[in-house]
Design a protein around this ligand. Sequence first.
Ligand SMILES: NC(=O)C1=CN([C@@H]2O[C@H](COP(=O)(O)OP(=O)(O)OC[C@H]3O[C@@H](n4cnc5c(N)ncnc54)[C@H](O)[C@@H]3O)[C@@H](O)[C@H]2O)[C@@H](O)CC1
Ligand SMILES: Nc1ncnc2c1ncn2[C@@H]1O[C@H](COP(=O)(O)OP(=O)(O)O)[C@@H](O)[C@H]1O
Ligand SMILES: [K+]
Length: 520
Amino acid sequence: MEVLTPQMMAKCDRETIDSGYPEILLMEAAAYGVARIAVEILKKEFEFKAKAELKLTFLVGKGNNGGDGLAAARILKNWGYQPEIIFSTEAEKLKGVNSKNYELASLNQVKYYHFSDLKEAQFLSKIENSDLIIDALLGTGIKGELRGNIKNIINLINQKRQSKPLTLAVDIPSGVIGENGRIAGEALNADYTVTMAAYKRGLLLYPGRDYCGQIKVVSIGIQPETIEKNSDSLKAFKQQEAVRLKPDRINNGHKGSFGKVAVLAGSRGMTGAPLLSTKAALRSGSGLVYLLTAEEIEAQTSVQLEEVVGIPLVSKKGMVSANSFPQILQFSKKVDLLAAGPGLGRSSEISDLMEKILKELELPLILDADAINAIKNLELLKKYKGELILTPHPGEMSALTGISIEEINNNRIEVARDFAEEHGVNLILKGAATITAAPDGRAYINTSGCNGMATAGSGDVLTGIVSALKAQKMSCFEAAALAVYLHGRAGEIAAAKTSNYALIASDIIDNLPQVWQSLE
Ligand SMILES: NC(=O)C1=CN([C@@H]2O[C@H](COP(=O)(O)OP(=O)(O)OC[C@H]3O[C@@H](n4cnc5c(N)ncnc54)[C@H](O)[C@@H]3O)[C@@H](O)[C@H]2O)[C@@H](O)CC1
Ligand SMILES: Nc1ncnc2c1ncn2[C@@H]1O[C@H](COP(=O)(O)OP(=O)(O)O)[C@@H](O)[C@H]1O
Ligand SMILES: [K+]
């Protein structure tokens, strides 16, 4: 599913209207979507209340977002509900389709008030006594910080956060900036968001994402071709993409058919990381997993994971030495890919080794953690003879690019895309709202995951999953995006059992089986 900026969405609206599709019909479809989802929520949350008893309060602004709200209020009135509208602005000053929808709502006798005519206590009592608030104050047309009545309305509601009723946002929670997910001073916290035609970036990027609750996308009559033409190949990765992309398994396969993964990882004191990566690879469908690690710790790691084949490498002071390169080169001919980095440690030897690997190997490489930290010359990425997937967290990304962590997090999509395009790599920029970017400009925003995954070793698990998927002959970009999604789902399922507080990285691996089952 495409993820658009407000400008791209407006272009889709405009082209559809210019092609002869009446604007008021687009609005009607949007409103119908809102009304339908409102009914679903009411039926679920207030099973035993009669329609006429339910209190629905529409907060309506003066733009088209307000127009959607007005039309939805009228539709619900015609379905037997008793919605009330509170206008942030003078209803008589509405223009175009919004004015028409005001007329229609009035004709259908929807009750309305103006915020300016209500005393603060009256307004708050209306809010507190509502079963559902429908937020149609501001949509993607927001400019600058919140101001005027809309600011007052949102401030008043947010001050009473404890007693705030269920809230359904129309298109985007008012105050969230559609372009980037930043907040225009304040924003209304929604439990549900019904968004029109496609995701807007601000719904999936933090902090905006925290304000959206459950997001539903409704179709409003804009053709998929129009959306695709006006989008920039940024998509949301969800369960349906996972089901579509998961690698096939052949019934007459043998362990070699499902991919041979070599993991170059671990050092003295960091024996957990290689175990997490290799075990995650085994739990993600790989037929054979080898662990190439410092000879000093090889025996120890092999004892802990029976299914992994240990390959001891020449080491120095507990770390893999640069002199192990001929062994790695030799071994690389036996496997489908090499994943390097987890727990390797930092030393000039590791940097030298990574330089040799990037100069001389040809198989697909997945670089994480210390393998990324060891890259001193970015030119080597572009020159690498095989395919590359890099999986930095924002700290590693900052070290790699010189861009501050703050700037990276404020521009996750652009930073990930620019790097992937400039250096010809597939990039997973980790962290909440992980971005996966391909060298050709395609990118995904991930929709799974939870804050419990911010725990040591969680990235090592991801490396293992990516490796297994790539070894099962997926393209690098799709293997990376699917791995990020599965990792996030496994984290969510784990957190539902352990809580986000208690989640540890191995819980993510333990819940991979359930995630795989959900794709069958
Ligand atoms: N154009 C179309 O045909 C469609 C538009 N749709 C809806 O239209 C919305 C976008 O409509 P608009 O472009 O009219 O924009 P909005 O409805 O988001 O509102 C823009 C108005 O809000 C006020 N405003 C802007 N920034 C403000 C701030 N910081 N503080 C206080 N007031 C502020 C301004 O007066 C401006 O006119 C979408 O989010 C969606 O809900 C849908 O109806 C689908 C069809
Ligand atoms: N708040 C969060 N929400 C969702 N996923 C998160 C969050 N914080 C971290 N993660 C995920 O957890 C993993 C952490 O990886 P990383 O930082 O490399 O940890 P480590 O180096 O300890 O293994 C990444 O996949 C990241 O996207
Ligand atoms: K809104």
